[in-house]
Design a protein around this ligand. Structure first.
Ligand code: GLV
Length: 363
């Protein structure tokens, strides 16, 4: 007997996209962020065939065990460190994310944080609002310029290279290290040899004058450092006390990747000791909790994980996630599947589902 596909949406989806999902299954949603615990996730998803998730929805082994029908997770984000792909192999569960549609929005925000911290715009805004401004002063709120300075980009994927293009527009010198270099702890000679033959490295050199270097060299020579690597076991606390100690005293540190790539206590100590000049942060180790030191520091610009939060990008992410679900249900492998290898087995394992019955949207 065929059954109706049960689809659970975490967070909010635009109405037209909810309606598209409702054409293929029964859709319910849970839009709770504050205080969301494993039991809430299980209660919402225990009967689900498919869930649409966001980075704050932790898909633990207990969640998977409590959701025996779960066949697909469509993550509305490019980062997916809330989902362990190995745990999804057995059933298997198809996992998709939303790469490609949020590169410009995220690079825009990273660059905005860099400029805001560099030119002390939040301090300046507060200065005016607090009524301190008495007229033009030659040495008031002096910041640092970008032209001719070096930016170090950690992770030169889609978002990292979008950041590099922005930096080039501001006449900055660009160095970067690639995820593989971080993992292998490669040195500059090995990296230069491989950059000489790698097509992408050659293109970035030609188009942006960008130079691939080791993480150590990047940390030592950059005036601005921006993180664009995923959070995984190789990058957990990648930037900690030893790495901050290598940075220049005038360095401005920007993170729009994931909070867990940075040892936040070490960042606080580096700021307190004046080891770096300032920071622009969109992500935090224990989101939404932010360290007291960061909350108090006037040389730190804070944002609440809004890297991809433009109207058009958030719609595009939601549409990509919904299209991935529709495509998979139609028997086609979505291009953005993170575990493409499981697809043949996944397709064979599909229960007989009634995709023609219109489902009701409930929340
Ligand atoms: C947002 O944090 C994302 O990973 O897309």
């Amino acid at each position: 007997m065929s059954k109706q596909v049960q689809i659970v949406v975490f967070g909010k989806l635009p109405e037209d996209l909810m309606a598209r999902l409702a054409e293929v299954g029964a859709v319910s949603s849970l839009d709770k962020k504050e205080g969301l615990v494993e039991a809430d996730i299980i209660a919402a998803a225990c009967a689900a065939d498919i869930i649409l998730t966001e980075p704050y929805v932790q898909i633990t082994p207990a969640v998977l065990a409590a959701c025996p029908n779960l066949r697909m997770i469509a993550q509305r984000a490019v980062g997916y460190d809330n989902i362990n792909l190995d745990d999804c192999l057995h059933r298997p569960i198809l996992v998709t994310n939303t790469p490609g549609v949020l590169d410009n929005a995220t690079a825009d925000l990273a660059f905005a944080l860099l400029l805001t911290a560099g030119r002390r715009i939040v301090e300046a805004d507060k200065y005016v609002r607090d009524g301190h401004w008495r007229g033009f002063e030659n040495d008031l709120l002096l910041g640092c310029e970008l032209a001719g300075r070096t930016i170090g980009i950690v992770g030169m994927g889609r978002i990292g290279s979008a950041m590099a293009r922005r930096a080039r527009g501001f006449s900055m010198d660009i160095v970067y290290c690639r995820a593989a270099d971080v993992k292998d702890d490669a040195n500059d000679e090995t990296i230069a040899a491989s950059a000489g033959v790698d097509e992408k490295d050659r293109k970035w050199k030609q188009e942006l004058g960008a130079r691939r270097v080791s993480l150590k060299t990047l940390l030592q020579h950059s005036d601005f450092i921006s993180l664009h690597c995923p959070h995984n076991k190789d990058t957990e606390k990648l930037i900690g006390a030893p790495q901050f100690a290598l940075m220049k005293k005038n360095c401005i540190f920007v993170n729009t990747a994931r909070g867990k790539v940075v040892d936040e206590d070490a960042l606080c100590r580096a700021l307190e000791k004046g080891q770096i000049r300032g920071a622009g942060l969109d992500v935090f180790y224990n989101e939404p909790v932010v360290s007291e030191t960061l909350l108090k520091a006037s040389n730190v610009v804070l944002a609440p994980h809004i890297g991809s939060a433009s109207e058009e990008t958030r719609y595009a992410m939601a549409a990509l996630a919904v299209n991935s679900v529709l495509k998979a249900l139609a028997g086609t492998l979505p291009d953005n599947a993170l575990n493409k290898d499981v697809f043949d087995q996944w397709r064979k394992n599909q229960p007989e589902i009634d995709k023609t019955r219109q489902g009701a949207v409930q929340s």
